[in-house]
Design a protein around this ligand. Sequence first.
Ligand SMILES: Nc1nc2c(c(=O)[nH]1)N[C@H]1C(S)=C(S)[C@@H](COP(=O)(O)OP(=O)(O)OC[C@H]3O[C@@H](n4cnc5c(=O)[nH]c(N)nc54)[C@H](O)[C@@H]3O)O[C@H]1N2
Ligand SMILES: Nc1nc2c(c(=O)[nH]1)N[C@H]1C(S)=C(S)[C@@H](COP(=O)(O)OP(=O)(O)OC[C@H]3O[C@@H](n4cnc5c(=O)[nH]c(N)nc54)[C@H](O)[C@@H]3O)O[C@H]1N2
Ligand code: SF4
Ligand SMILES: [Mo]
Length: 742
Amino acid sequence: MSQKLKAPKVVADLLFQRTGKLTRELVRDPGGFGLGQVPARLKPDATTTAVCGFCSTGCGLEVHLKDGQAVNLSPARDYSVNKGAACPKGWEALTPLYAKDRAVRPLLRNARGALEEVPWQTALGTFCSRFKAIQQKHGPHSVAFISTGQIPSEEMALLGALAKFGMGMLHGDGNTRQCMATAVVAYKQAFGFDAPPFTYDDFEQSDVLVFVGANPCIAHPIMWERVCKNPHRPEIVVIDPRKTETAMAATQHVPLRPKSDLRLLYCITHLLIERGYVDRAYVEAHTTGFAELARHVASFTLADVAMDTGLSAESIEKLVETIGKGKRVSLWWTMGVNQSHEGVRVAQALINIALITGNMGRPGTGANSITGQCNAMGSRLFSNTTNLMGGHDFASAEDRAKVAAALGIDEARIPRQGSLAYDQILEGVLSGKIKGLWIVATNTAHSWINQGDVQDLLKRLEFLVVQDMYTSTETARLAHLVLPAAGWGEKEGTFINSERRIGLLKKVSRAPGEALADFYIFKLIADAWGCADLLRQFESPEQTFQLMKRVSRGQPCDITGIRDYAMLEDRRGIQWPLPEGKDVAAQAERRLFEDGKFYHPDGRARLLFEAPRPVPEPTDERFPLILLSGRGTSSQWHTQTRTGKSAVLKKLYPAEAYVEVNPEDARRYGLSPSDYAIVESRRGKLRARVHVTHVVQPGQVFVPMHYPEANQLTFAAFDPYSRQPSYKHCAVQIRKSDPFAD
Ligand SMILES: Nc1nc2c(c(=O)[nH]1)N[C@H]1C(S)=C(S)[C@@H](COP(=O)(O)OP(=O)(O)OC[C@H]3O[C@@H](n4cnc5c(=O)[nH]c(N)nc54)[C@H](O)[C@@H]3O)O[C@H]1N2
Ligand SMILES: Nc1nc2c(c(=O)[nH]1)N[C@H]1C(S)=C(S)[C@@H](COP(=O)(O)OP(=O)(O)OC[C@H]3O[C@@H](n4cnc5c(=O)[nH]c(N)nc54)[C@H](O)[C@@H]3O)O[C@H]1N2
Ligand code: SF4
Ligand SMILES: [Mo]
């Protein structure tokens, strides 16, 4: 306890030595820095609203403070997103902050190979000297970063600017690649900008909702609550190989063969055209490529596609009639689409259906990608990884000049090309081009596809820095240097949710020991590296928000009309866009494309398509089953570094890895409920409890991604356009575990 109380002073002294100005502010206003007892903006015994830091629903949580420290929380009733509801993770959001394995001081690997506590000063010095030495020897691009969709946009913007403009890195990507890259590319190509068009009100306004590869009952439970509030007795269709909780609650479940979506959607498009369900006026006025699309889909006949998808012709026809006759049809997709070897074209097939039936820009319509992490959308717009900050293009001289002017930096500092994608950065490690890696707020060694390779790769690095809340993550354990980060609730900033709503998070708890908000870790690194002056405008999170506004000016994501954090607070979050001068007081919920104008120069949306491709790893005699993976329960979050710390949440999910097996397969392979089974692919194997269930079809098994074993099996295939990994398809075999041999 005494050490805990002393620690902020130690860090304050360090900051004082390094950055005079920063420190004076720190001493005056400890709240903003992930340090200190009383959050500066808040009254010590108040209730304040902060946006949840788990999923992209972006629920408002009312945090109750005593003496400036959060003691409890409850869902906000006046927040339009969740209207008084929260899922178990939201209710338990404060608990992971108190875990025993929090990183409280920097850790450096010593000569004996063990991680050892070091002062911040040593950590910063080592960070710079090691990365600079690598850059000097192997070139500036031999150091790269991998970041996240789970830190505030302000922190992403600062990291992107520091790494690319300050430290001379060319390559930096994020875990958003694992998650949203497909939707980004699909929207960009179709609409001219990465712009999910919907607002959550659409869940309540549709008369037909089609969910494709999405399980919102588990993954976005509060969005699902909005569906439950729909008063129009909607038809709810779930297209998913598994009979998920969402499929069980739906009115139609379409259990297609995994990765046969593209064929199914082309057949549906074909039949919609053939049966006269096309909104010709909308197609004429607002799209290009209809004739070509119609020609392309003509060969996807009902009989063929019923065979290819394993569905009955009647169920496909029923779906066509449901979509065709619907007045307000919305199509929603998540990872069953994005994580595929041809995800971009599948997403675009959904966009095509919405466009040709005129289901766009009206209440209850849209081709709507649901995001995953709390700030996946922020990383798409502001992380400076794939795009130049603000949805700009690194390759465009005009864009570079604009961003440089907005940030007050020399244009020459901005690279002229985008980054390698996540998988290409890891390839770079393998080929020896990348020697230094800085991983921020993502757990690569658990979540990346085909884990065996990843762990081997990370061990090859000359210097691996991991910046995380915890020391025990699979990735932190491989690091040469661990930088201790404050987490959600211990810092300020903004997140952007699935419906483009920018919400505020608050510092409501004191970070332990010497852990610092990522924002201030980046500031200290900038200073130690010698580029603090370049980034002087990124003074605080709120100042950085002002820079983000400036960068966004004139873009589809223009947010110049949001005055400041106080306005975000008053309006309970604001959706982008909000250009200066436009008042949206009357519209709490806004959707895009109401005027039918898209972001391509001709104002039209493009109908895009391509021939389906075979799955990268088909099943065969030795590996006869398809392995699916995804979210297991609403109480588990990804690699479990946070949700694994809550006794309440732990009661709500199975402690051991489990595998869902259809009764037919259970019989075939001699498996009984609760047996242990070995699931094996060409790359690895895992031991899991058998859960015999009709949720999965014969020939398929499902493993939740939350257990570290899952990605030992997956096959590293990618969509060629988005480079998103295809986590949800590989060939495996299953057998009963032999207690002596396994
Ligand atoms: N509780 C909880 N909630 C979360 C998360 C979490 O870890 N835990 N993570 C968040 C994040 S980052 C994300 S990205 C989202 C993910 O949210 P979802 O995408 O809804 O969740 P998943 O379970 O990964 O995948 C959804 C479904 O895709 C199906 N699927 C697999 N292959 C195919 C296929 O070929 N075609 C079709 N049509 N479907 C297929 C699976 O059977 C699965 O039911 O959840 C977010 N919310
Ligand atoms: N097999 C399989 N694999 C998958 C998927 C799948 O469906 N199947 N889904 C993929 C998807 S969609 C996603 S999004 C990824 C998620 O994969 P990851 O991003 O690797 O998963 P998380 O557990 O969320 O990791 C976040 C890390 O950041 C840390 N952290 C949390 N908050 C902060 C903070 O404020 N600052 C810092 N510095 N650190 C923080 C956490 O402790 C944790 O270590 O997994 C992917 N992997
Ligand atoms: S639904 Fe998502 S945002 Fe809402 S409380 Fe649960 S985890 Fe948080
Ligand atoms: Mo995700």
